[in-house]
Design a protein around this ligand. Structure first.
Ligand code: BGC
Length: 453
């Protein structure tokens, strides 16, 4: 295959969302509160005091949303299941009505010819489990496996692509080390403990699936390639630390059964690494790895920045998104080829890729014009195609996100959607990027070059 040929037949073209970010109605039909339900109620934690009590009202509008996906020609839809809808207390009693919602969604997807890909955990831990220590409690691997099994028994067959965790790095770093995400803890002692339990829970989920599942299961990680700001030894060491912490921490343990070099030193006496038995338990074969890619980091040594002692060197004369992330499509090519070099030719999906940009108001334009997002998708899909041309086994791509939604601590101000959502009226309007993506799907990527020009 050459760089200009289309994507392989059967390539999955999808878009992604997550439960808390779009569903709304967080306590409907017997659901329990999640840590995000709680976190958004703590003054100052989320911009403008936003909550996802309504969000995109997808819980009530899922049929309209599936019709929208169909109109764009999506072949797949990646969503997440809310643990506290299924188990309001996080363990024990199952809430059938919570499961029924996902069954209705999945049935509608099948009817529309769209393949569902379900993530079991996208950051919305049941608050009742946080009361027991959440991800720092070693019992959580068992709780997670029980919850996962409940979902498999109710939905496997209708769902044949499963993900255990979305971005364990963000869960531990944002939720337990820096406290900018729920549950909002900032403890260097809790973060390594949470990381270890996340990995053990992932493995327990995969093992539960092997016992009865018929499809495929994998792990989704966010990868951000690190490049040195200079050739100084200090900067090169900072790159190695940043890479161990963010990119190798989870994949090395889950796929190779080893703790990446340098990780323990980053945490010093706070490090509570896995025992040999735990490491062995973490390493279970997965069917695929999901890669979420947004940007790169050009790194320099910064002794004041705890705990990795790395700083980011701002790049000039490049485009940055509304979240301050440099647009760097080559980084996606770099991470996809790096995964193959380091971990072998494991099947990959790009499970998230996208950008928040300022979008002009919808009215009076019937079609929202978002040229920066079109260019972003075009260039990043080109990077995926290059990786495929070099033999990397990339099986699908999911744009983040289908809808503008609740961007965690940023609230509703950062719009990642290819479809605009007017949060006052809940009106959905496909942006130019949605039309562009629909054309990419229709031509299986053959239109990419033209669209970029
Ligand atoms: C997360 C999404 C989030 C996106 C943009 C990813 O880290 O999985 O939930 O909206 O990045 O920040």
């Amino acid at each position: 295959m050459t760089e200009t040929t289309p994507f392989p037949d059967g390539f999955l073209w999808g878009a992604a969302t997550s439960a808390y970010q779009i569903e709304g109605s967080p306590l409907a039909d017997g659901a329990g509160p999640s840590i995000w339900h709680r976190f958004t109620r703590i003054p100052g934690k989320v911009r403008d005091g936003d909550t996802a009590d309504v969000a995109c009202d997808h819980y009530n509008r899922y049929l309209e949303d599936v019709a929208l996906m169909k109109s764009l020609g999506l072949g797949a839809y990646r969503f997440s299941i809310s643990w506290s809808r299924v188990m309001p207390e996080g363990r024990g009693a199952v809430n059938q009505k919570g499961l029924d919602f996902y069954r209705r969604l999945v049935d509608a997807l099948h009817e529309a010819g769209i393949r569902p890909m379900a993530t079991l955990y996208h950051w919305d831990l049941p608050a009742a489990l946080d009361d027991r220590g959440g991800w720092t409690n070693p019992d959580i691997a068992g709780w997670f496996a029980d919850y996962a099994r409940t979902c498999f028994r109710a939905l496997d067959g209708a769902i044949d692509l499963w993900t255990t965790l979305n971005e364990p790095w963000v869960i531990a770093d944002g939720g337990y080390l820096h406290g900018v995400l729920a549950p909002g803890h900032d403890s260097p002692f809790e973060a390594p403990r949470a990381s270890k339990n996340l990995l053990l829970a992932h493995a327990a989920g995969v093992t539960a699936y092997r016992a009865e599942g018929k499809g495929q299961i994998g792990l989704v990680v966010n990868l951000e390639p690190k490049y040195p700001a200079s050739k100084r030894l200090e900067d090169l060491s900072a790159v190695a630390r940043a890479d161990a912490y963010m990119n190798r921490q989870y994949l090395d343990q889950a796929l190779l059964g080893k703790v990446p070099e340098g990780l323990a030193d980053i945490f010093g006496e706070a490090w509570e690494g896995p025992t040999d038995a735990e490491l062995a338990a973490m390493k279970v074969p997965v069917d695929y790895v999901g890669v979420n890619y947004y940007t790169r980091a050009v790194v320099h040594d910064d002794p004041r920045s705890f705990p990795v002692m790395e700083g980011r060197t701002l790049q000039r004369n490049t485009t940055h998104t509304e979240t301050g992330w440099e647009v760097y499509p080559d980084g996606l090519y770099d991470v996809l080829t790096w995964v193959r070099r380091r971990y072998g030719n494991v099947p990959l999906y790009v499970t998230e890729n996208g950008a928040a940009f300022y979008d002009p108001p919808v009215s009076p334009e019937p079609l929202l014009n978002d040229p920066l997002r079109v260019a972003y998708l075009d260039a990043h899909l080109g990077a995926v195609r290059r990786a495929i041309a070099e033999g990397v086994d990339v099986r699908g791509y999911f744009a983040w996100s289908l809808l503008d939604n609740m961007e965690w601590a940023h609230g509703y101000r950062k719009r990642f959607g290819i479809v605009h959502v007017d949060f006052a009226t809940q009106k959905r309007t496909p942006k130019a990027s949605a039309r562009f993506y629909a054309e990419v799907i229709r031509t299986n990527g053959a239109c990419l070059r033209l669209a970029g020009s």
